[in-house]
Design a protein around this ligand. Structure first.
Ligand SMILES: Cc1cc2nc3c(=O)[nH]c(=O)nc-3n(C[C@H](O)[C@H](O)[C@H](O)COP(=O)(O)O)c2cc1C
Length: 265
């Protein structure tokens, strides 16, 4: 019987070698990516904090283009509050308070009842950090973190109120996933400029502040509480109204603002 010629071993070896090389290359690459993620994590956290502080300084009216954000932030007083009572929790360090983590903890957060969940948040932390600016001990601005669903995404921002707790000083949205060129009007300066001076509650204490559908008519009796909406992007505007109404309502910062309006400091 004729002998069957053996397969040259070089071929099998080269397949094994190729697989081994591919394995080691991917091992080295994944180790590099993992180490980079670990090494860069503290820097990412620091940058995120810096960004938050910059936005707070901006609505506080304290941001200076050449200034050091962390130094300027020393003029801002972060305070942790209990949202249900509106009272300050002086034993809780605002530096260590992480609203994102707290919101996930069932012991430290509450489910928002469906009928109140107009901002479609689902649940919220029992506590929040508010930011105060003072001049000679007197509050000059109150800055409140706000969030809620727009059309496609959760919008995150800061609403600044005058010391009466009833007049808008400024608003900024620093994160959203609305459509570029349609729903992103909320980050544009001309729209932001329409907020200062708007009133939150009417004389009967009713929460009235909202974004209109389209422009607010000059003779609108509720013009003091209404901000121009953007035609073609009403749904994102509705999301802003809903988050404002939730966070300034009784389940949000309402009790805290009542304390301020009642002379609390
Ligand atoms: C691709 C696409 C993306 C859209 N993105 C947004 C958006 O981010 N925000 C928004 O309010 N409307 C957006 N719209 C428009 C809404 O579907 C809706 O028509 C609009 O908000 C209604 O506003 P109006 O009543 O002023 O016309 C988008 C529409 C399309 C087709």
């Amino acid at each position: 019987m004729p002998e069957i010629p053996k397969q040259p071993s070089v071929k099998r070896e080269s397949v094994t070698r190729t697989l081994l090389v591919a394995f080691f290359v991917s091992l080295v690459c994944s180790s590099l990516v993992a180490s980079a993620a670990v090494v860069l994590k503290p820097r990412q956290i620091a940058n995120a904090l810096l960004d938050v502080r910059k936005n707070i300084l901006e609505v506080a009216g304290l941001l200076q283009p050449e200034g050091d954000v962390n130094e300027l932030f020393a003029a801002v007083e972060p305070r942790v509050i209990d949202l249900e009572t509106g009272a300050y929790l002086d034993d809780v360090d605002p530096e260590g308070f992480d609203p994102v983590q707290t919101r996930k903890d069932p012991k430290l957060s509450v489910v928002i009842p469906a009928e109140l969940d107009i901002a479609r948040i689902g649940r919220r932390s029992k506590r929040a950090v508010v930011y105060l600016v003072r001049d000679q001990g007197e509050i000059t601005r109150i800055i409140l973190p706000v969030s809620g669903y727009g059309l496609w995404s959760t919008l995150y921002g800061f609403l600044a109120l005058e010391p009466d707790g009833n007049t808008v000083a400024d608003i900024i949205f620093y994160s959203h996933g609305e459509t570029a060129g349609i729903g992103d009007f909320l980050t544009k300066e001309p729209w932001r400029a329409r907020w200062p001076g708007k009133r939150v509650y009417d004389d009967a204490g009713e929460l009235r502040l909202e974004v209109s559908k389209g422009r607010v008519a000059a003779d609108d009796p509720l013009a003091a509480y209404r901000v121009d909406g953007v035609s073609g992007a009403t749904l994102t505007g509705n999301g802003v109204t809903n988050l404002i109404r939730y966070w300034l309502g009784d389940h949000g910062y309402g009790p805290f603002l009542k304390n301020i309006q009642g002379g609390g400091s």
